[in-house]
Ligand binder design. Structure first.
Ligand code: AMP
Length: 570
C-alpha cells in the first residue's frame, strides 16, 4: 500500500526528527491511517497484528499530545505482558528521543515496586503497564489517573484472553470521561467489542484490508537469526548458492547502509539504494546491477520500487517488512518470466508472529531452514571450485606451467598434494572466513498464536515465554573482518581486485618498494573481486597517490584514491 510521507501526517517536528534518525522511510498502513484521526482527538479501534508498526501508530500521537512541562501522568498504555510493556516503553523512548523532559516508565508485576513508585512520584508523563500492577498503584494512590488525556489498549484481545477483564474495567472507569481512547487488537471478538462499547466514544474503526496474494513460483523459507548474526548468515547462504543477482531488503536506510558495508567488507560485490541516494547515483547503481558488476543490491522498499529486472534469483528479507503487501512486492522481484526464485526471510523472537500473518496473507507456507554450518559452507565452496576446475580442464583454456609443476614433482610432491594445495590457496584467497553465529534458543517454531495459552505475568511474575525449551549458544572463531580504520590511518581504494589476479603481497611490495613507504607501516589490506582497500598512515596518503599515478599491477593501470565507501567505488 502506498502511504503518504510521515511529514504529511500532522506530526510535530521533534517526532519527525526522531523518525528520520530511526530511518523509517514511510509510515506503515496502520500508521498512515491511525495517526491523523488520533491527532484530531478521535477514538480509534485499530485492527492489526504485531509487526504492522502499531506501536508507533499509537505512540506518535500520544507523544504529540503530551506536555513535557507537566509532571504528572497524561498518557496511559495498557499491555498484556511485562515483555510488551518494556518493548513499548523502549519505542516511546526512541520516538520521543528529541522531546526534552519526557519521562516514560514501565510498570509491571514481578518487579520491585519501589523503583516504579519513585518513577511515578518523579513525574512520569507516560505510563506503560500491565493491568494488575497498574491497578495496585491506582489503589495505593501512587498512580494518579485523574489527568490522563489519552488511554491506549495494546493487544486488547490478548489482555482479555489473559483474564484481565476486571482490572481493565476498573482502570478505565477511573480515567476522566473526556479522555481519548485508542483500542488496538489483532482480532475483533465479543469481549473486545464490549470493551469498545463501554469505554469508547464512537471510535473510528481502522482495519487494514489485506488482499490475499499468492506467489507460487517462489520458494519461500526463513531462518531464525539474531540481528547481530544476520550478515554472517546472509554470507553463508550466498556462499552455499552464489546467485547471479540478489536483492537484500531492509526496513530502514540505516540498516541498508550497515548491511551494504558489511557485505562489501566481506568481499561481495554489493551496493545500495535508499531514499537518500541521488537519482544520478541510483541510475549508476542500477546499471551496474543489471550488468552484473553489482551482484547484491541492498535496498529499502521505496527505493526498489519500479525495479524491473528478470534475472534476480534470490530476495532476502533481511528485516521482515511491517506490511505483508510489501513482502509480496519484495518477493515478486524474483521468480519472474518463468524462472524459479527463492525468498529468504530472517526472523527472530516475536517476529515469527509477523511471519505467520504473512503466511496467512499470502496463503503460502514459509518453511524453516537451518543455518548452514561453517563446515558445510567450506565443503560447498570447495565443490564449487572443483566444478569450475572441471569446466576449465574440459575447455582446455589454461596455461600448463609444465616446468614449475615438474619441479614440484621432482621434489617429491604428489600430483594430489599439489592440486589440493592449489585448491586450498584458491579458497583462502576468496577471503571469506566463517564467522560466529550466536543462537540462544532451540529454533523450533512456536505454536500458532491461536494455540498459545499465555500466562499472566502480573502478580506471580510468570512471564509468557515464546521461546523454546533449550537454551543453546555456540560460538566459533571470531569474525575476520573489522570495519573501521585505526586512528591515524586512511583507507585507500585501489581499482583492481581478486578477479584481476592481484594479491595482497603485490600491493605491499609496490607500496614499500616503489612508493618507498617505511617498513611495517601499512595497515589492513582487503581484497575484493573488483577492488581492494588498503589502510595507509595519513601522512603518506599523498605520497602513495603521487607515486602510483603511472604504476601498474599485474600489467594493468589502476586508480588509487581515498576510499569514500561503497557508493563511490564504481
Ligand atoms: P510493531 O508492529 O509495533 O511491533 O513494529 C514492528 C517493527 O517495525 C518494530 O521493530 C518497529 O521499530 C518497526 N517499524 C515501525 N514502523 C516502521 C516504519 N514506518 N518503517 C520501518 N520500520 C518500522
Amino acid at each position: 500500500m502506498d502511504t503518504p510521507p510521515f511529514s504529511e501526517l500532522g506530526l510535530p517536528d521533534t517526532l519527525l526528527a526522531a523518525i528520520e534518525t530511526l530511518g523509517y522511510e514511510r509510515p506503515s498502513p496502520i500508521q498512515a491511517m491511525s495517526i491523523p484521526p488520533a491527532l484530531l482527538g478521535k477514538d480509534l479501534v485499530g485492527l492489526s497484528a504485531t509487526g504492522s508498526g502499531k506501536t508507533a501508530a499509537f505512540t506518535l500521537p500520544a507523544l504529540a499530545k503530551l506536555d513535557v512541562k507537566l509532571a504528572y501522568p497524561q498518557v496511559l498504555i495498557l499491555c498484556p505482558t511485562r515483555e510488551l510493556a518494556v518493548q513499548v516503553c523502549e519505542e516511546v523512548h526512541r520516538l520521543g528521543a528529541k522531546m526534552h523532559g519526557l519521562q516514560a516508565t514501565p510498570v509491571y508485576g514481578g518487579a520491585p515496586i519501589d523503583r516504579q513508585l519513585r518513577a511515578l512520584r518523579n513525574g512520569a508523563q507516560l505510563v506503560v503497564g500491565t493491568p494488575g500492577r497498574l491497578l495496585d498503584h491506582l489503589r495505593r494512590g501512587s498512580f494518579d489517573a485523574s489527568r490522563i488525556k489519552m488511554a491506549i489498549l495494546d493487544e486488547a484481545d490478548r489482555m482479555l484472553d489473559m483474564g484481565f477483564k476486571d482490572e481493565m474495567d476498573e482502570l478505565l472507569a477511573a480515567l476522566p470521561p473526556d479522555r481519548q481512547t485508542l483500542f488496538f487488537s489483532a482480532t475483533m471478538n465479543p469481549g473486545v467489542s464490549r470493551l469498545i462499547q463501554k469505554f469508547g466514544n464512537s471510535p473510528e474503526i481502522i482495519e487494514i484490508q489485506q488482499k490475499a496474494r499468492t506467489v507460487s513460483t517462489v520458494e519461500q523459507s526463513y531462518f531464525e537469526v539474531r540481528q547481530r548474526s544476520k550478515v554472517e548468515v546472509l554470507s553463508r547462504i550466498l556462499d552455499m548458492n552464489p546467485p547471479r543477482l540478489g536483492i537484500v531488503f531492509c526496513n530502514t536506510k540505516r540498516s541498508v547502509d550497515e548491511c551494504t558495508e558489511d557485505l562489501v567488507n566481506r568481499g561481495y560485490a554489493a551496493d545500495r539504494l535508499h531514499g537518500d541516494i541521488t537519482q544520478q547515483m541510483r541510475e549508476r547503481v542500477l546499471k551496474r546491477f543489471r550488468d552484473g558488476a553489482v551482484e547484491i543490491l541492498v535496498a529499502t522498499d521505496v527505493a526498489a520500487r519500479g525495479l524491473d529486472i528478470d534475472e534476480i534469483d534470490i530476495v532476502f528479507n533481511y528485516d521482515l517488512p511491517t506490511d505483508p503487501e510489501d513482502y509480496v512486492h519484495r518477493i515478486g522481484r524474483t521468480g519472474r518470466a518463468g524462472r524459479s526464485g527463492r525468498a529468504v526471510s530472517f526472523v527472530y523472537g516475536r517476529e515469527i508472529y509477523r511471519l505467520q500473518s504473512i503466511e496467512r496473507y499470502t496463503r503460502s507456507v514459509i518453511k524453516r531452514e537451518r543455518i548452514p554450518s561453517v563446515e558445510q559452507v567450506e565443503g560447498r565452496r570447495a565443490d564449487l571450485i572443483f566444478d569450475d576446475l572441471k569446466e576449465r580442464l574440459e575447455s582446455g583454456k589454461f596455461e600448463n606451467y609444465q616446468d614449475n609443476i615438474d619441479r614440484l614433482l621432482e621434489q617429491g610432491h604428489t600430483p594430489t598434494d599439489i592440486a589440493g594445495a592449489l585448491v586450498t590457496m584458491i579458497r583462502e584467497a576468496s577471503g571469506r572466513e566463517g564467522g560466529a553465529i550466536e543462537e540462544d534458543r532451540e529454533p523450533e517454531r512456536p505454536a500458532r498464536r491461536e494455540n498459545v495459552r499465555p500466562q499472566r505475568d502480573d502478580h506471580g511474575g510468570h512471564q509468557r515465554d515464546d521461546r523454546g525449551p533449550r537454551q543453546e549458544r555456540f560460538e566459533r572463531a571470531p569474525r575476520g573482518e573489522s570495519q573501521g580504520t585505526e586512528a591515524g590511518m586512511t583507507r585507500l581504494f585501489l581499482s583492481l581486485g581478486k578477479t584481476h589476479g592481484v594479491m595482497a603481497k603485490e600491493i605491499v611490495g609496490m607500496l614499500y618498494r616503489e612508493v618507498g613507504l617505511p617498513d611495517g607501516c601499512l595497515g589492513r589490506i582487503s581484497l575484493f573481486p573488483k577492488h581492494s582497500l588498503v589502510d595507509v598512515p595519513e601522512q603518506f596518503v599523498s605520497q602513495v597517490m603521487d607515486r602510483t599515478r603511472n604504476a601498474r599491477l599485474r600489467g594493468r593501470p589502476f586508480r588509487m584514491d581515498v576510499d569514500r565507501g561503497p557508493g563511490d567505488r564504481g
